[in-house]
Design a protein around this ligand. Structure first.
Ligand code: SF4
Ligand code: SF4
Length: 185
Protein backbone atom coordinates (compact mmCIF):
# COMPACT_ATOMS: atom_id res chain seq x y z
CA UNK A 1 0.00 0.00 0.00
CA UNK A 2 1.04 3.54 -0.46
CA UNK A 3 -0.59 6.85 -0.88
CA UNK A 4 0.76 9.94 -2.45
CA UNK A 5 -1.41 12.89 -1.83
CA UNK A 6 0.13 15.53 -4.02
CA UNK A 7 -2.65 18.02 -4.03
CA UNK A 8 -1.49 20.38 -2.88
CA UNK A 9 17.72 3.08 8.22
CA UNK A 10 18.05 1.15 7.17
CA UNK A 11 21.75 0.62 7.72
CA UNK A 12 23.46 0.14 4.37
CA UNK A 13 23.97 -3.53 4.89
CA UNK A 14 24.99 -5.52 1.87
CA UNK A 15 22.44 -8.19 1.26
CA UNK A 16 23.95 -11.63 1.65
CA UNK A 17 22.77 -13.87 -1.10
CA UNK A 18 22.85 -17.61 -1.51
CA UNK A 19 20.44 -20.41 -2.24
CA UNK A 20 19.30 -20.53 1.37
CA UNK A 21 18.99 -16.78 1.85
CA UNK A 22 15.45 -15.44 2.35
CA UNK A 23 13.66 -14.26 -0.78
CA UNK A 24 14.16 -10.53 -0.20
CA UNK A 25 17.92 -11.05 -0.32
CA UNK A 26 17.91 -13.36 -3.32
CA UNK A 27 15.36 -11.60 -5.50
CA UNK A 28 14.84 -8.17 -6.91
CA UNK A 29 11.39 -6.61 -6.51
CA UNK A 30 10.39 -7.54 -10.05
CA UNK A 31 11.23 -11.21 -9.45
CA UNK A 32 9.03 -11.67 -6.41
CA UNK A 33 5.82 -13.66 -6.42
CA UNK A 34 2.65 -11.82 -5.49
CA UNK A 35 2.68 -13.47 -2.06
CA UNK A 36 6.29 -12.47 -1.46
CA UNK A 37 5.58 -8.95 -2.66
CA UNK A 38 2.63 -8.50 -0.31
CA UNK A 39 4.53 -9.98 2.63
CA UNK A 40 7.28 -7.43 2.13
CA UNK A 41 5.03 -4.66 3.42
CA UNK A 42 5.86 -4.26 7.11
CA UNK A 43 2.48 -2.69 7.90
CA UNK A 44 3.98 0.54 9.20
CA UNK A 45 1.33 2.71 7.56
CA UNK A 46 3.71 5.62 6.99
CA UNK A 47 2.86 5.72 3.31
CA UNK A 48 -0.86 6.08 4.12
CA UNK A 49 -0.32 9.49 5.67
CA UNK A 50 -1.40 12.50 3.67
CA UNK A 51 1.51 14.23 2.01
CA UNK A 52 1.68 17.78 0.74
CA UNK A 53 3.70 18.98 -2.19
CA UNK A 54 5.35 22.39 -2.06
CA UNK A 55 4.17 24.09 -5.23
CA UNK A 56 7.37 26.12 -5.51
CA UNK A 57 10.01 23.51 -4.81
CA UNK A 58 8.20 20.24 -5.47
CA UNK A 59 9.33 19.01 -2.04
CA UNK A 60 7.04 16.46 -0.40
CA UNK A 61 6.09 16.89 3.25
CA UNK A 62 4.46 14.26 5.41
CA UNK A 63 1.59 15.13 7.72
CA UNK A 64 0.25 13.05 10.60
CA UNK A 65 -3.17 12.99 8.93
CA UNK A 66 -4.24 9.51 7.85
CA UNK A 67 -6.05 8.48 4.71
CA UNK A 68 -9.81 8.14 5.11
CA UNK A 69 -9.54 4.34 4.74
CA UNK A 70 -6.73 3.93 7.24
CA UNK A 71 -7.29 1.97 10.44
CA UNK A 72 -5.01 3.64 12.96
CA UNK A 73 -5.08 0.69 15.35
CA UNK A 74 -4.16 -2.11 12.95
CA UNK A 75 -2.25 0.30 10.68
CA UNK A 76 -3.88 -1.38 7.71
CA UNK A 77 -6.27 -0.31 4.98
CA UNK A 78 -9.97 -0.83 5.75
CA UNK A 79 -10.66 -1.90 2.17
CA UNK A 80 -7.38 -2.89 0.59
CA UNK A 81 -8.99 -4.80 -2.29
CA UNK A 82 -11.01 -1.78 -3.40
CA UNK A 83 -8.61 0.96 -2.39
CA UNK A 84 -8.04 2.30 -5.89
CA UNK A 85 -11.77 2.75 -6.49
CA UNK A 86 -12.42 4.34 -3.13
CA UNK A 87 -9.31 6.49 -2.96
CA UNK A 88 -8.26 7.29 -6.53
CA UNK A 89 -4.96 8.90 -5.54
CA UNK A 90 -3.84 5.83 -3.58
CA UNK A 91 -0.67 4.77 -5.38
CA UNK A 92 -0.36 1.05 -6.11
CA UNK A 93 3.27 0.19 -5.67
CA UNK A 94 5.06 -1.63 -8.45
CA UNK A 95 8.81 -2.20 -8.84
CA UNK A 96 8.93 0.66 -11.34
CA UNK A 97 7.03 3.03 -9.09
CA UNK A 98 9.17 2.17 -6.09
CA UNK A 99 12.18 3.30 -8.11
CA UNK A 100 10.47 6.48 -9.26
CA UNK A 101 8.64 7.68 -6.12
CA UNK A 102 10.60 10.08 -3.96
CA UNK A 103 8.44 9.98 -0.85
CA UNK A 104 8.61 6.39 0.35
CA UNK A 105 9.82 6.47 3.96
CA UNK A 106 13.42 5.38 4.58
CA UNK A 107 12.09 2.45 6.62
CA UNK A 108 9.91 1.12 3.79
CA UNK A 109 10.84 -2.45 2.96
CA UNK A 110 10.26 -1.91 -0.77
CA UNK A 111 12.64 1.02 -0.74
CA UNK A 112 15.25 -0.89 1.27
CA UNK A 113 15.20 -3.85 -1.11
CA UNK A 114 15.23 -1.58 -4.17
CA UNK A 115 18.32 0.13 -2.73
CA UNK A 116 20.05 -3.22 -2.16
CA UNK A 117 19.67 -3.04 1.62
CA UNK A 118 18.58 -5.70 4.04
CA UNK A 119 15.41 -5.66 6.11
CA UNK A 120 15.85 -4.55 9.68
CA UNK A 121 15.37 -6.54 12.85
CA UNK A 122 11.88 -5.25 13.52
CA UNK A 123 10.49 -6.26 10.13
CA UNK A 124 7.89 -9.00 10.70
CA UNK A 125 9.59 -11.23 8.13
CA UNK A 126 12.78 -11.06 10.19
CA UNK A 127 11.31 -11.03 13.70
CA UNK A 128 8.52 -13.50 12.98
CA UNK A 129 6.26 -11.20 14.95
CA UNK A 130 3.71 -8.94 13.17
CA UNK A 131 3.72 -6.59 16.18
CA UNK A 132 7.44 -5.89 16.11
CA UNK A 133 6.92 -2.98 13.69
CA UNK A 134 4.67 -1.38 16.32
CA UNK A 135 6.74 -2.41 19.35
CA UNK A 136 9.79 -0.68 17.89
CA UNK A 137 7.95 2.55 17.16
CA UNK A 138 8.30 2.25 13.39
CA UNK A 139 4.60 2.22 12.60
CA UNK A 140 2.23 5.16 12.84
CA UNK A 141 0.14 3.49 15.55
CA UNK A 142 -0.76 6.08 18.17
CA UNK A 143 0.84 8.87 16.15
CA UNK A 144 -1.87 9.98 13.73
CA UNK A 145 -3.80 13.16 14.50
CA UNK A 146 -6.98 12.39 12.57
CA UNK A 147 -8.25 11.12 9.24
CA UNK A 148 -8.28 13.42 6.26
CA UNK A 149 -12.04 14.04 6.34
CA UNK A 150 -11.84 15.26 9.93
CA UNK A 151 -9.91 18.40 9.07
CA UNK A 152 -10.41 21.16 6.49
CA UNK A 153 -7.89 20.81 3.67
CA UNK A 154 -6.59 24.33 4.36
CA UNK A 155 -5.51 23.17 7.83
CA UNK A 156 -3.45 20.22 6.59
CA UNK A 157 -0.37 22.39 6.45
CA UNK A 158 -0.54 22.79 10.25
CA UNK A 159 -0.02 19.04 10.60
CA UNK A 160 3.26 18.72 8.71
CA UNK A 161 5.64 16.42 10.62
CA UNK A 162 9.16 15.14 9.99
CA UNK A 163 9.19 11.75 11.68
CA UNK A 164 7.57 9.65 8.91
CA UNK A 165 10.41 10.61 6.57
CA UNK A 166 13.14 9.86 9.08
CA UNK A 167 15.00 6.65 9.73
CA UNK A 168 14.76 5.34 13.29
CA UNK A 169 17.60 6.23 15.59
CA UNK A 170 20.06 3.48 16.26
CA UNK A 171 19.88 2.31 19.79
CA UNK A 172 22.97 2.24 21.91
CA UNK A 173 24.67 -1.10 22.22
CA UNK A 174 23.22 -2.91 25.17
CA UNK A 175 24.40 -5.80 27.23
CA UNK A 176 24.27 -9.13 25.53
CA UNK A 177 21.32 -10.17 27.68
CA UNK A 178 19.16 -7.14 26.94
CA UNK A 179 20.15 -7.20 23.29
CA UNK A 180 18.66 -10.63 23.05
CA UNK A 181 15.37 -9.43 24.44
CA UNK A 182 15.22 -6.23 22.39
CA UNK A 183 17.00 -6.49 19.05
CA UNK A 184 19.00 -3.48 18.00
CA UNK A 185 17.74 -1.53 15.02
S1 SF4 B 1 6.46 -1.01 4.30
FE1 SF4 B 1 6.32 0.62 2.76
S2 SF4 B 1 4.45 0.11 1.62
FE2 SF4 B 1 4.33 -1.03 3.54
S3 SF4 B 1 3.17 0.30 4.95
FE3 SF4 B 1 5.36 0.73 5.28
S4 SF4 B 1 5.82 2.46 3.93
FE4 SF4 B 1 3.89 1.58 3.23
S1 SF4 C 1 -6.53 3.67 0.34
FE1 SF4 C 1 -5.78 2.22 1.83
S2 SF4 C 1 -3.72 1.63 1.08
FE2 SF4 C 1 -4.33 3.53 0.01
S3 SF4 C 1 -3.47 5.19 1.26
FE3 SF4 C 1 -5.57 4.84 1.95
S4 SF4 C 1 -5.38 3.42 3.68
FE4 SF4 C 1 -3.45 3.35 2.54
Amino acid sequence: MARGKTRGNGAPVKRRKGPRAPFWRRKGLAEMTRKEWESLCDGCGRCCLVKLEDEDTGAIHFTDIACRLFDSQSCRCHDYANRSKRVPDCVRLTPRRVAAINWLPPTCAYRLVAEGRDLLAWHPLVSGNPDSVHDHGISVRGRTFCREDDLPVDDYVKRVVDWPGQAPRRRKAATTASRRRRPLL
